[in-house]
Design a binder for this molecule. Structure first.
Ligand SMILES: Cc1ncc(C[n+]2csc(CCOP(=O)(O)OP(=O)(O)O)c2C)c(N)n1
Length: 519
């Protein structure tokens, strides 16, 4: 067996059976080794940002890692922005990056580059395999690192000769990663006392935002009277009817400050402290009032489940504790002229139970998302690192992780253009994804942000950088060119019809929402 074969067998032995790939010549032995294992699901993404965004979406839903296969420094560089999003989401990803054979590296060949430099800037764990006999244990260590601390970025760099030289047996399944850090009983007791004081807030993140832990967090809020909070951009959150009520912080800094103006303390559990996305002249970087106490009980990389359960015991949650939940309140489907609010109401009426909604609809989302609070229960995934171009790859990875669930991808037209090729992967794998593109023909948020930094009027150059027109993007044709059926909608009847058709099609479809100019 060669090094590449020992690595693929190690992946399978360690439970990694999905690879989002964009290979090149230096990875050919790895490709040949993958080819020997039909049980390995190899998903071609036509740009490296598609591979890492898909691995992120896969981890968020599956709670386990997938691999990516990338081509030297340029491939890893192309993958960077969505690795940044994955890192901010706390997603585990195992990157395998091919490199030139060891003896070739002293020459300045075209694809030679600083793979290590790029990897160190984004990965929690980086290793260059030294020889073929070590690849299997390096691969197992990479998987273990990616599963550690609730999910990390691990990058294994494989010089081509380590893949083609003779290796030993694949590595055995490595033990589970080290146990997670847990706060002391004193810290739990102090948090329990603090949450019972007036205007206290518990801000939750990570696995506390969905499933049974979210319900437990709701019980803690009901027992203590504290406010339950979540940050603006979150990797995964339960939404809709039956989910415990919480308040999510908004994006703009001024209303974010208003949201927290009466808050006396924020206890952080599985999340970092709230912060403004950007600094603005004359505005603070953090939204809470100066006298508000910020206390971190459990970091994003700590044992979130254990901490939440211990806190629930400490505050006296019991089986009878009621939880304040969002009710089921489905709006009737509106008619007439299309507005973003009506698109939101239609979406709220039609989101199927247990759907996964990936949201990168930027300014359109401010109008479209609020009505979904009382839709059928579903889960929402957002772009955590602020690097746009996540939505379509993330929806791809989520659909591969959960083939039995319907996926809805809400994206701005500007964001969708970054990783448009994911449509082709959706078509090839016949993924059950309904893509909704908000075609407002520009970078609307940047128009707003220019005003936020104090610029009152903008002219030709600013307009040239914000408008995505001349030529106008034709989303129906773009979808068709990637093998996906597309529909353009500029009234609400055709939108609701297209959405219902997309959701019942069982495969991918795209709806272009022609946004009204005032939106
Ligand atoms: C990788 C990356 N490049 C650039 C930006 C800056 N940026 C933020 S939002 C945005 C445009 C978003 O446009 P669109 O998706 O159409 O949403 P809209 O603002 O129109 O609602 C840009 C370019 C970014 N956040 N990330």
């Amino acid at each position: 067996m060669n090094g590449a074969q020992s690595l693929v067998k190690t992946f399978l032995k360690n439970g990694v059976d999905t690879v989002f790939a964009n290979p090149g010549t230096s990875e050919m032995h790895f490709v040949a080794a993958l080819d020997e294992h039909p049980e390995m699901n190899c998903v071609l993404c036509l740009f490296e940002g598609g591979t890492t965004g898909a691995a992120d979406g896969y981890f968020r839903m599956k709670r386990d890692v997938a691999g990516t296969l990338l081509h030297l420094a340029p491939g890893l560089g192309n993958a960077f922005a969505n690795l940044h999003n994955a890192r901010k989401a706390g997603s585990g990803v195992v990157n395998v990056v091919g490199d030139h054979a060891t003896h070739h590296q002293r020459y300045e060949s075209p694809l030679k580059g600083d793979i290590l430099g790029i990897s160190h800037a984004i990965s929690h764990w980086t290793r260059v395999s030294g020889d073929a006999t070590g690849i299997a244990s390096d691969g197992a260590a990479a998987i273990q690192a990616a599963r550690s601390r609730n999910g990390q970025i691990a990058t294994l760099i494989l010089p081509a000769d380590t893949a083609w030289n003779k290796a030993d047996a694949p590595s055995k399944r490595l033990a589970a990663p080290q146990s997670l850090y847990r706060p002391s009983s004193g810290e739990i007791e102090a948090a329990a006392t603090r949450l019972k004081t007036p205007n206290a807030a518990l801000m939750i993140g990570g696995s506390a935002l969905f499933g049974s832990l979210r319900e437990l967090a709701g019980k803690i809020a009901a027992t203590t009277g504290c406010q339950l909070l979540a940050d603006t951009l979150i990797p995964r959150i339960s939404k809709g009817a039956g989910t415990a009520k919480l308040d999510q912080l908004v994006y703009p800094i001024s209303p974010k400050i208003t949201q927290l103006e009466a808050t006396s303390s924020i206890t952080l559990l599985g999340t970092d402290r709230p912060v403004a996305f950007f600094a603005y002249p004359g505005k603070p970087s953090v939204p809470e009032p100066p006298e508000c106490l910020i206390a971190s009980l459990c970091a994003t990389t700590d044992d979130i489940g254990w901490t939440l359960k211990s806190l629930a015991d400490a505050v006296g949650v019991n089986g009878k504790t009621p939880v304040r939940t969002f009710p089921l309140d489905l709006p009737s489907i509106p008619t007439g002229q299309l507005t973003l609010e009506k698109v939101g109401l239609t979406l709220a009426a039609l989101i199927p139970e247990n759907a996964i909604v990936c949201n990168e609809s930027v300014t359109s989302g401010f109008h479209v998302i609020p009505p979904t609070a009382t839709a059928r229960p579903h889960e929402l995934l957002a772009g955590t690192g602020g690097a746009i171009g996540l939505c379509l790859p993330c929806a791809t990875g989520a659909a591969i992780a959960c083939p039995e669930r319907k996926v809805i991808a809400l994206t701005g037209d500007g964001s969708a253009m970054y990783t448009l090729q994911s449509l082709w992967t959706m078509a090839r794998a016949n993924l059950d994804v309904t893509v909704i593109v908000f075609a407002n023909r520009g970078y609307q948020i940047l128009r707003d942000e220019l005003a936020n930094v104090g610029v009152e009027r903008f002219g030709q150059n600013a307009q040239a950088m914000f408008d995505v027109e001349n030529p106008m993007l034709d989303w129906v044709s773009l979808a068709k060119g990637h093998g996906v059926n597309g529909t353009r909608t500029d009234d609400i009847e055709s939108f609701s019809k297209a959405l219902a058709a997309g959701l019942s099609s069982g495969g991918p479809s795209l709806i272009e929402v022609v946004c009204p100019p005032t939106a």
